[in-house]
Design a protein around this ligand. Structure first.
Ligand code: GAP
Length: 471
């Protein structure tokens, strides 16, 4: 089990203009919708619209390429969301995966005390015992007001476990007393399959297992749009190493993961390292990569050197030998783990924050989503210059139908060309093609670049090669 986020900048998200713009942009342009809206909504859960799902998929593909395809010794896994309840005992989640919670006595609003105090500028240590948090809270009670009703009468602080329970048919008598949880993190599925992977493939230490999947947490305060939600997706990679190599591999992974974000198109000035000072007893070193969200620098990814805690715990609780025998030295050891763990949805928010741009053009605001072409939901939009000239529409459809076999494309014949460009700029489409009379006569298409807005003529027969280089 790893720590939960605790670093909070003092900026209030609700008053953050850029954040509000992003939230309304995401809804207006079909990226993110609040869940169950026609029923009045469902807190801390979001749905992803037509462009949102494309961006999510592109993020996951990008990560998979970096972590599985480009590496020689990392393989993929897709483990189930439901697992044996003992796994969450072994991992420490049943006893220790909790946040301090208080409730307003008047309106019963519940909130997470540590983040609340942090937002007031009162620092709360990650490992601070509950009584100490309670003392801090009571000491500052004169300054604390319920954000809903303004009262300052609260219940005692209690530990609130973040695991989400289910009532999945636990018919086996073995599980009688143990609730079955929805997984709180994807990496437990990796640890419990470590031996299967070792036995069924030809991997040798060092090797990694990568997985993308949903995780669920009963977050108490989940009010930062898709930054912290109760259902989210993680991309996690656990790298199993010989203990003597742990810190060398750790350094390597830190560098690799930093460069991954730069390659995604994130500016280096918007990234920074956060070093965990209060490590859990088994950890060797732990850093987060933080991104400069509109509400300040906050955790995007955790990269941790975890020692052999995870496999040792699962070995102890399952009774299985999870040690590894070095094929050269014949020495036996429990592999140590270097972990890289990042949220898909948090990456989504970082990318949108990074890419969302407003430009002043001829007294008009151009909203443009400057995503790297590889990540853009739609790569190419195809327009006939005039929708009432059938020969232009036919030619545009022919080109659209060819290109869509390779790229995610959109066809648009609605409104003037300027408006069509703006619609595509907003959703981040890097290239727009206009089919005009030159296309019919000279086989030439106008290609317009999203960022420079420059246009160039490309011969139809060169289009595929042109985009191969660009996207
Ligand atoms: N296996 C390690 C682990 O789960 P974590 O710091 O709790 O560590 C890893 O989570 C990453 O998952 C975070 O850096 C963040 O990107 C994402 N994440 C965690 N909780 C989240 C939540 N409630 N909503 C969205 N993303 C979350």
């Amino acid at each position: 089990m790893t720590k939960k986020e605790k670093k909070v900048n003092n900026t209030n998200i609700e008053t953050n203009e850029k954040m509000n713009k992003i939230i309304s942009f995401c809804k207006r342009r079909g990226f993110v919708y609040p869940s169950s809206e026609i029923y009045g909504g469902f807190a801390a859960i979001y749905d992803y619209g037509p462009y949102g799902v494309e961006l999510l998929n592109n993020i996951k593909r990008f990560w998979w390429k970096y972590m599985v395809q480009f590496t020689d010794n990392i393989i993929g896994l897709d483990s189930a969301i439901f697992m044996h309840p003992k796994i969450w005992e072994a991992s420490g989640h049943v006893s220790g995966f909790s946040d301090p919670l208080a409730e307003c006595k008047k309106c019963h609003f519940r909130f997470r005390v540590d983040t609340f105090l942090e937002e007031m500028g009162i620092s709360v240590d990650e490992k601070m015992p509950l009584e100490q948090i309670e003392n801090l809270f009571r000491k500052n009670i004169n300054k604390i007001k319920c954000v809903k009703c303004g009262s300052n009468e609260f219940t005692e602080i209690k530990k609130f476990n973040l695991l989400v329970e289910s009532n999945l048919g636990n018919f086996s008598s073995d599980f009688d007393k143990d609730p079955i949880y929805l997984r709180g993190e994807t990496c437990q599925g990796i640890y419990v399959n470590y031996k299967n992977v070792l036995d069924s493939t030809r991997v040798k230490i060092p090797f990694g297992i990568a997985q993308i999947g949903k995780a669920f947490r009963n977050e108490i305060t989940a009010r930062q749009f898709i930054f912290r939600t109760r259902e989210f997706e993680q991309m996690e990679m656990q790298y199993f190493v010989n203990p003597k190599d742990e810190m060398r591999e750790y350094k390597k992974w830190k560098e690799y993961r930093w460069n991954y974000y730069l390659d995604m198109g994130i500016k280096e000035e918007n990234l920074r390292w956060y070093k965990h000072e209060n490590l859990v007893f088994y950890a060797k070193e732990a850093y987060d990569i933080e991104y400069n969200f509109p509400f300040g620098f906050k955790e995007l990814e955790g990269i941790h050197a975890r020692g052999n805690y995870d496999l040792s715990q699962h070995s102890k609780f399952s009774g299985q030998d999870l040690s590894y025998t070095d094929p050269i030295t014949s020495k036996k050891f429990i592999p140590h783990v270097v972990e890289s763990s990042v949220g898909v949805n948090r990456t989504f928010l970082a990318l949108i924050s990074e890419a969302y741009t407003e430009e002043n053009i001829e007294n008009d605001i151009r909203v443009v989503l400057k995503l790297k072409p590889e990540l853009a939901p739609i790569k190419i939009a195809v327009f006939p210059l005039l929708k009432n000239k059938q020969e232009l529409v036919d030619k545009a459809l022919e080109i659209f139908n060819d290109l869509k076999k390779i790229y995610m494309c959109e066809f648009d014949d609605n409104g003037n060309i300027g408006k069509r460009y703006r619609r595509q700029d907003e959703i981040g489409t890097p290239y727009c093609l206009t089919i005009d009379f030159d296309t019919l006569e000279k086989n030439e298409i106008t290609v317009r670049d999203r960022d420079t807005m420059k246009q160039e003529k490309i011969k139809i027969e060169n289009l595929i090669n042109y985009f191969k280089l660009k996207i």
